[in-house]
Design a protein around this ligand. Structure first.
Ligand code: NAP
Length: 494
């Protein structure tokens, strides 16, 4: 397929159904534009609908008959090969990712590298034991369990990690013998095409992985409602996750939801302030604050809150916002103008309500930024723990400092939100760190590092409203993408 991230070439991209790149049945396409420059079209993508979804699900159902019963070692070999292919394309795809999504080139390269690591990890996982052998009450009985695939899985992903999240859902789904219909976010279809190309080029049999691009209503809805799709793995907003919870439960599909966050970083009086500042700023502002694990609340001991806030505002105001393909840019645009207007509006509303805005939150122009979805990173001081700023996910480069009196209040503030994805604490005291790790209500806990760090070989997911209790990545993915069969074997009477 054509199209490279030099910012000038435009390609037309198709769906991948039953092993072939095909246009939408309707022949329609949609445009994808560069968030740094809305005049620049990245590509045209298949604008699919229920007809294409039905074809993709049909192909996945047919392919499951052989893929699901086939050799796990053969599956591992394909994932290994796909990892090697993708690895060879990292510079080019990392650049396309930055171009399409708006995170910096360094982050785009890093995320593509992460996708390679994930493919490789699940190639290894495919070769791990698939069950357990148990003693039986009858000593002559052979009693064991085996984990078997589910069938056709629907994978629905957001735009903010446009290659890593699809990789960490699709790789385990395939490794454990499922077939997949993949609906990527409409804002980042190019990265989805690149991931599928690597897997297709690695020799994945026809129908095992199908890509259908298009809108939530025209593609997402029919996919999650198709009775042949036995499991749905979704990452995205709480609003859409809530809808899927009802519709998937109603038809008995297995459902995995990875949703939003309102992640706190606690900075105690004994913390190394420079270290804490660096991690809080990186956690809040990298990827333009558009990470589910982004730090959006700095909960700071009152003894050091003024000094911390002053230094924080000074450093945040020095962040250079611009074209993510420019190596000097430290922060790129938001995903689109709507998101930029929304974030700027939230900052303005908070300011008008009396919250102390120290810096940022404005739509930026000048220095070639007037055509893009650029917003300056924002810092608020003395934020009320119950305010909208402290409770709701704004999904942008906005950080509120909440002063507290010591560890107990800090943990109480950290926990009193509906989310529970990730949290961090900065302290030199081991007992404090352990107390925090025990009492914090999040699925991911960091001590002296940013909320957004996550490694691919360990479970990932949130408490409370941030997930549906299931976990992704590492060995946890096997739980979702397989089901257990318990087998009793007795010899017939002699
Ligand atoms: P979103 O609007 O919920 O969309 C996510 C995906 O669902 C997109 O592919 C979207 O398609 C599709 N979709 C929307 N409505 C649907 C429906 N009714 N049926 C089926 N599919 C539907 O979320 P987003 O704006 O892309 O992502 C941002 C959110 O994701 C944030 O809340 C963030 O915290 C969360 N997130 C969570 C994690 C995690 O692991 N916990 C990781 C990353 C992001 P279209 O693109 O075509 O609309």
């Amino acid at each position: 397929m054509s199209g490279t991230a030099n910012g000038r070439e435009i390609g037309t991209f198709k769906n991948f159904i039953a092993g072939a790149w095909v246009p939408a049945a309707s022949g329609r396409t949609f445009e994808n534009r560069n968030p740094s420059n809305r005049d620049e079209v990245i590509g045209h993508f298949a604008s699919s609908d229920s007809v294409d979804v039905a074809a993709a699900v049909g192909a996945a159902a047919e392919a499951y008959e052989t893929w699901g019963k086939g050799s796990a070692i053969a599956r591992a070999n394909i994932l290994h090969k796909a990892a090697n292919i993708l690895e060879g394309r990292i510079p080019e795809i990392g650049r396309e990712l930055a171009w399409e999504e708006g995170k910096t080139l360094k982050e785009g390269i890093g995320e593509t590298t992460r996708a390679v690591q994930i493919l490789r990890y699940y190639a290894g996982e495919a070769q791990q034991p698939t069950g357990e052998h148990y003693p039986s009450m009858n000593p002559a009985t052979l009693l064991y369990t085996v984990r078997e695939p589910l069938g056709v899985c629907g994978i629905v992903t957001p735009w903010n990690f446009p290659i890593a999240i699809p990789a960490w859902k699709i790789a385990p789904a395939l490794a454990f013998g499922n077939t997949v219909v993949f609906k990527p976010a409409s804002a980042t279809p190019l990265c989805a095409v690149r991931l599928v190309e690597a897997l297709a080029d690695a020799g994945l049999p026809a129908g095992v992985l199908n890509l259908v691009t298009g809108s939530a209503g025209a593609v997402g809805d029919p996919l999650v409602q198709d009775s042949r799709v036995v499991a749905i793995s979704f990452t995205g907003s709480n609003e859409v996750g809530g809808e899927l919870r009802k519709s998937a439960a109603a038809r008995g599909a297995k459902l995995q939801l990875e949703l939003g966050g309102k992640n706190p970083a606690i900075v105690l009086a004994d913390a190394d302030m420079n270290h804490a500042l660096m991690h809080v700023i990186n956690g809040a502002m990298m990827s333009t604050g558009q990470k589910c694990t982004a730090t959006s609340r700095a909960i700071v001991d009152r003894h050091v809150a003024d000094e911390f806030t002053e230094k924080l505002a000074a450093r945040v105001s020095a962040i250079r916002v611009g074209d993510p393909l420019d190596p000097d840019s430290m922060m790129g645009p938001l995903i689109d103008d709507r998101a930029a207007d929304r974030v700027a509006g939230e900052v303005e509303a908070a300011r008008k309500s009396g919250v102390q805005l120290l810096f940022g939150g404005e739509r930026l122009s000048g220095e070639d930024r007037e055509r893009g979805a650029f917003v300056s990173p924002a810092v608020f001081a003395n934020v009320d723990r119950n305010s909208r700023l402290a409770q709701e996910e704004l999904f942008g480069p906005v950080l509120g400092v909440i002063p507290v009196d010591g560890l107990d209040e800090a943990i109480d503030v950290a926990n009193k939100v509906r989310f529970g994805l990730s949290a961090s604490i900065f302290t030199r005291d081991l007992a404090t760190a352990l107390t925090f790790a025990q009492r914090i209500e999040t699925g991911i806990v960091h001590v002296n590092s940013e909320t957004a760090g996550a490694e691919p070989h360990v479970p990932f997911g949130g408490y409370k409203g941030s997930s549906s209790y299931s976990r992704e990545q590492g060995k946890a993915a096997r739980e979702f993408f397989t089901q257990t069969k318990t087998v009793y074997i007795d010899l017939p009477p002699a």
